[in-house]
Design a protein around this ligand. Structure first.
Ligand code: HEM
Length: 428
């Protein structure tokens, strides 16, 4: 119905024009609305694109995997890049340079071990009943209203509760989490305005103040370390190794943010992709109807669909690494200190890796997409994100098979985190 408005088409000439002068620091609006034709040109013409600031933009699947694999050469530590970006004494600098995702071992390893202990297969399976209940409550409310906003009333309402439960943040305190998260992650965009900068810094400060109180309270009354990540991070591991106060608070902020916008975008992008691809939607609905009495088949069908949404419209489109020594990627020499941007969105459409990459194929097998990254930093929450995507999208679709957008949706307009801000819809 709103085909052109969801993902506008881009002419081949325009895609070539953008690719020829491609610069992450000067992205045109039509690229942000639909970057894929430009990625397709870059795959063919300049898969390792040197940008005006000297960094390299990588679009080939094989090159991304090679960089992810070699964490000894390609560092995730961002002190060098973020000092000029944020100012070395700013709250954003301290936050982003202390979180595990922007660190190398040993800090990365210590924090990751503690987090992973609370994200075991069993712990995640135990979250499913509560998640189903939450999703059904949201669907009941939408049903009573005859529709609503896909993002505000549904997609964004789920991760805030799930990630809030993971750290056992009291329900009444969860209100500001989404805005803090949007502001702090928004400051990772290639270009940040002074207003976004100020908002990001203020959000880190406010979140730190909030978490200090929560941590003091949790120290007084610890939770169950098998499930409560905050208690785990406070208590440290069996060897007695504990995080410093700054490491603890900053990694709590990161966790609350990491599981937030990304998962909102998975759910929103998935439901909007179905709106835009009626054939895929009908196919998925037919399978769900046919498999009604078979939970295992249903789970398998929805898992394949969720992975295809992640490949097709990756919520996190970009990653970054810095070469610690002279090296080579895809036949191109890089000097020590070279900055590389890993374009996940492009690698996930690489024709050398995926058959018919521009087709949304919800039954795609062997879908080894990079939406969760790869290697030592691969997303710690991927099983949780898949569970949220499967339950949210599956139950929404089964409950409202005929949902329709009421007006063109509003995109987030970001290069790194791809998603929508608003998408009004009706259910019949
Ligand atoms: C669809 C949803 C999600 C997507 C697309 C996503 C994507 C990613 C990606 C691409 C990375 C790797 C970054 C890099 O290598 O530079 C990452 C790391 C991470 N993600 Fe996610 N994520 C999602 C949901 C979640 C959730 C729900 C959680 C919370 C439990 C989470 C926690 C983390 C953590 C802790 C890391 C850092 C891992 C490390 O550095 O070792 N993510 N995520």
């Amino acid at each position: 119905m709103f085909k052109d408005q969801i993902t506008p088409t881009m002419s081949a000439a325009r895609a070539r024009e953008i690719a020829a002068s491609f610069d992450l620091r000067a992205l045109p609006a039509d690229f942000l609305a639909n970057p894929y034709p430009v990625y397709a040109v870059l795959h063919e013409t300049e898969p390792i694109r040197r940008m005006p600031d000297g960094s390299c933009f990588l679009t080939r699947y094989a090159d991304l995997v090679a960089v992810y694999r070699d964490a000894q050469t390609f560092s995730s530590d961002k002190h060098v890049e973020f000092a000029p970006k944020y100012g070395a004494d700013s709250p954003l600098f301290e936050h982003h340079t202390t979180s595990l995702v922007f660190n190398d071992p040993p800090l990365h390893t210590r924090v990751r071990k503690l987090i992973m202990g609370a994200l075991t297969r069993r712990a995640i399976a135990e979250m499913e009943p509560g998640l189903v209940q939450l999703v059904d409550q949201l669907l009941d409310r939408i049903d009573a209203q005859g529709g609503g906003d896909l993002i505000e009333d549904f997609a964004s309402a789920i991760p805030v509760e799930i990630i809030g439960n993971l750290l056992d943040v009291p329900h009444g305190d969860r209100g500001p989490l989404r805005d803090w998260s949007l502001a702090i992650l928004g400051a990772l965009e290639p270009v940040v305005t002074p207003e976004q900068h100020a908002l990001g810094n203020r959000s880190v400060t406010e979140m730190l103040d909030y978490l200090r109180t929560l941590v003091t309270e949790r120290r007084r009354q610890p939770g169950d370390p098998e499930r409560d990540v905050l208690t785990r991070l406070i208590q440290g591991d069996a060897t007695g190794d504990k995080l410093s106060e700054v490491e603890l608070l900053q990694n709590c902020i990161f966790l609350l943010n990491a599981g937030h916008e990304t998962t909102t975008n998975l759910i929103g992008n998935g439901l909007l992709a179905l709106q835009e691809h009626p054939h895929a939607r009908e196919g998925l609905l037919d399978s769900l109807r046919a498999q009604q009495g078979d939970p295992a088949m249903l789970e398998n069908t929805l898992t394949l669909a969720v992975d295809e949404f992640l490949r097709f419209e990756s919520s996190n489109q970009l990653g970054n690494r810095r070469a610690l020594k002279p090296t080579t990627v895809g036949g191109v020499d890089l000097p020590e200190g070279a900055l590389v941007t890993l374009c996940i969105g492009a690698a996930n459409r690489d024709p050398a890796q995926f058959d018919r990459p521009e087709v949304l194929d919800l039954t795609r097998e062997n879908n080894r997409h990079l939406a969760f990254g790869f290697g030592i930093h691969q997303c710690a929450g991927l099983s949780l994100a898949r569970l949220e995507g499967r339950i949210a999208i599956g139950r929404f679709l089964q409950r409202f098979p005929g949902y329709q957008l009421a007006e063109p949706p509003t995109r987030g307009g970001r290069a790194r985190f791809r998603g929508f801000l608003r998408a009004a819809f009706s259910i019949r």
